[in-house]
Write a new protein. Structure first.
Length: 180
């Protein structure tokens, strides 16, 4: 039942996204006027339509597969909610939601290190100093890859010293990049 509910919610969310899709980038006038050029929203909307079709097929398959199953009911679903709330999947979801809320304020480096640390704890790592060192090292490697090699601007944070540290890291990466 959980899978069916998630599929229905995804279907509704994607339908909402399709009809309220806002194009953030300005479309040049010559592109907007040319009837033979694909507009920037064509591919996202095409992908959403394909996902909607797949979700409809999946919803039909779930209903057919569980037809007549006594555990496939709303009451059985409601009874399983407390167990779900105690599980690792729910705690992992909470970690990611909190991280998404903190990302702009703390910046990529701190948020990423915290996510890696808490996920490591969630997966059962007992040696916390080792986990902290691994989280920081992995975060630095990710930062170097995305900011230095791929030139992706990652959130720096709005807290002064964290923002200054991110800017310093970018200058170090830029200096190393200019050498090579």
């Amino acid at each position: 039942m959980f899978e069916l509910i998630i599929n229905i919610l995804l279907f509704i969310f994607l339908g909402f996204t399709y009809f309220t899709h806002v194009l953030e980038a300005a479309v040049p006038a010559k592109v907007a006027k040319n009837p033979f050029v694909l507009q920037p929203d064509v591919w996202p909307k095409t992908i959403i339509i394909l996902l909607e079709i797949c979700l409809i097929i999946n919803i039909i398959q779930i209903i057919r597969k569980n037809k007549g199953n006594p555990e496939f009911s709303i009451s059985a679903f409601v009874k399983s909610i407390p167990e779900f709330l105690k599980g690792k999947i729910f705690r992992g979801i909470v970690i990611m939601v909190v991280a998404s809320l903190l990302l702009e304020t703390l910046g990529f480096m701190v948020t990423s290190a915290l996510v890696l640390f808490f996920y490591g704890m969630l997966l059962g790592e007992k040696k916390l100093p080792r986990l902290a060192i691994a989280s920081v090292c992995i975060t630095l490697v990710l930062y170097i890859i995305f900011n230095g090699m791929l030139s992706v601007n990652l959130p720096r944070g709005t807290i002064g010293f964290l923002r200054n540290f991110a800017l310093w890291m970018e200058s170090v990466i830029g200096a190393v990049k200019s050498i090579f």
